[in-house]
Design a protein around this ligand. Structure first.
Ligand code: ZN
Length: 91
């Protein structure tokens, strides 16, 4: 239904009475006692239904090495750029 006419404050309030946000339902992890979404893997420990489905530590380590490698490449590229700049200014 298209809202095209001016509504009273009461009408507006009635419409907005359903707009409040509810807290999401959370379940307790059996492994780490943390909160997780029901029927979803625990984001703290990677367990679902008492079974490890994702090795979050290995994932974090892989990401750390990836980020470190990227930073190293960036630093090397910057070092080369600096070297080029210094040679150009030396001329
Ligand atoms: Zn957990």
């Amino acid at each position: 239904m298209v809202v095209r006419m001016r509504h009273t404050r009461s009408h507006t309030g009635n419409r907005r009475s359903h707009h409040a946000l509810k807290n999401p339902e959370m379940a307790i992890c059996k492994n780490c006692n943390g909160h997780h979404r029901p029927h979803h893997m625990c984001l703290n420990c990677g367990f679902y239904n008492g079974r490890q489905v994702l090795d979050l530590k290995a994932k974090a380590d892989a990401r750390a090495t990836r980020v470190a490698a990227r930073q190293g490449m960036r630093r090397a590229a910057k070092g080369e750029a600096d070297a080029v700049e210094t040679t150009e200014t030396a001329k």
